[in-house]
Write a protein that binds this ligand. Structure first.
Ligand SMILES: Nc1ncnc2c1ncn2[C@@H]1O[C@H](COP(=O)(O)OP(=O)(O)OP(=O)(O)O)[C@@H](O)[C@H]1O
Ligand SMILES: [Mg+2]
Length: 450
């Protein structure tokens, strides 16, 4: 419940105002003059101050001055008679948020108060983000305040300086890359190399020479000696992404390296000592791979010393707003746009969507929305319509391997066809405005088959 301090020396207007606010559910404290208000302000915090301008001794300007100095993010609304709009303007220049003219209208009061509180909330959120940005270098901007995320940050901190292997588990797009880098950056090895490689991206023998190096002449294209990534990351960290995709032969070699801290380059018969911190990641179930003889159990045992599980985004709803705002700032900067806000209804939609592609999907959608935004606020029109429960519930297609816009396009097309291209009915079914539908039809180049 937001708390509001109402300062006015006219008993009548003070009573009326505080009554209206109390009815709206706000916590209201009244002060019958400016000096008393300063005393109250010294000992208490408010979300909002509403003050009359013209008062004996300590007036509204003094109040603004005091509040802006002692608690700059607290908003002040001033009350003024029509005749003194000039002074209201002066008050705003001094830092007041807005003014309410006398005689006060109930609707106007409620509206202005809501806006001021919303602004205070945003300012607070932005300052949280700024704080997180500042810690960027240390924490590599891991954004999150949900329980699972706080726990992960704690684990990262604990394990960073222990020279043991870490295994990162989690669905695609949950932040495994990000966390791996964060562990490196928080460790003593932070000034040494950090090298990441995706084990699924290379064919078997290439991966082995990539990791462990090879000697000249080991195979046709091996015209010079190659150090290998383990040696390249000497004294630093090597991140093996998608470890579950590694061939059994490469697994055998990796096991030896982990057990004895040495590598044997392909085609060579000498072993070389290495000092490299290993972080592995996978989005597959390694135990199942062990059962199916696709993964060595002894290797799993070695790399699974300190597992960190990253929860899917749908299980950390508290992070969605924060991440959305973080990406908003990131992409506004990148595309030189000044998109600063996200409409309330958009938040609601983002928060009820199950995010199969996790943080990466959210990032893509905000990036796209920043590009589409016409003004300084992201509106429903800038968000793909499939980010909505209504439609998702009816979406029986497999989400895998399909881009968001494909799913969106197909959903629209099938609904149009079902409704024999009746656009009003289709828009209604999809829960979007007919303007949006029209825009999407144009965007995807959809047309009615003869
Ligand atoms: N907590 C977070 N704070 C800020 N950005 C995040 C966070 N989690 C993920 N991201 C961002 O989301 C994107 C996807 O994250 P990342 O690449 O680390 O996921 P991943 O788990 O490695 O996915 P994959 O399994 O597909 O490789 C990245 O751009 C990353 O920076
Ligand atoms: Mg990754």
């Amino acid at each position: 419940m937001p708390r509001i301090l109402v300062i006015d020396d006219h008993d009548n207007s003070r009573y009326t105002l505080s009554l209206i606010l109390k009815k709206e559910g706000y916590g209201v404290i009244e002060s019958e003059n400016g000096s008393r208000a300063l005393q109250i302000l010294k000992n208490d915090n408010f979300d909002l101050i509403i003050t009359d301008l013209k008062m004996e001794k300590v007036d509204g300007f003094d109040i603004i001055d005091y509040v802006k100095k002692s608690s700059p993010t607290t908003e002040v609304i001033v009350i003024t008679a029509y005749a003194t709009i000039q002074t209201a303007v002066k008050a705003i220049k001094l830092g007041a948020y807005d003014y309410i003219a006398k005689p006060m209208q109930r609707e106007e009061i409620i509206h202005t108060v809501k806006k001021a509180l919303e602004k205070a909330r945003l300012v607070e959120e932005i300052s949280t983000l700024k704080r997180q940005f500042k810690e960027e270098n240390v924490r590599n901007s891991i954004i999150g305040k949900s329980k699972p995320m706080i726990h992960v940050m704690k684990l990262v901190k604990e394990v960073a300086d222990l020279d043991i292997p870490v295994l990162l588990l989690g669905e695609s797009g949950t932040g495994k890359d990000l966390i791996a880098r964060a562990i490196h950056l928080q460790s003593k090895r932070k000034d040494k190399p950090y090298i990441a490689i995706n084990c699924g991206a290379l064919p078997e023998n290439l991966l082995e020479s990539e990791l462990f190096g090879h000697v000249k002449g080991a195979f046709t294209s091996a015209s010079v000696n190659k150090k290998g990534l383990f040696k390249e990351a000497e004294e630093g960290t090597l991140f093996l992404d998608e470890i579950g995709e590694m061939s059994l032969s490469a697994q055998a070699k990796l096991l030896r390296t982990v057990e004895h801290n040495e590598i044997r380059p392909v085609g060579g018969n000498q072993t070389i000592k290495v000092n490299t911190r290993l972080i592995c990641a996978t989005n597959s179930d390694l135990n199942k791979k062990v059962d199916n003889k696709l993964f060595r159990s002894d290797l799993l045992y070695r790399i699974n010393v300190f597992p960190i599980k990253l929860a899917p985004l749908r299980e950390r709803g508290a992070d969605i707003r924060l991440l959305a705002n973080y990406f908003l700032i990131k992409y506004s900067k990148k595309f030189l746009k000044n998109v600063e806000n996200i409409e309330k209804s958009v938040y609601t939609r983002l928060e009820s969507y199950p995010w199969p592609g996790n943080v990466r999907e959210l990032e893509n959608i905000i990036e796209r929305a920043v590009i589409l935004a016409q003004k300084d606020t992201i509106t429903d029109n800038d968000i793909p319509i499939m980010i909505e429960n209504v439609i998702l519930d009816r979406l029986d297609v497999s989400m895998e391997n399909r881009s968001l816009s494909e799913i969106e396009k197909d959903t629209i097309l099938s609904n149009l066809e079902k409704n024999k291209w009746n656009k009003i009915k289709t828009a209604k079914d999809l829960g979007i405005s007919s303007t949006t539908l029209w825009r999407k039809i144009k965007l995807f180049g959809l047309s009615q088959k003869e």
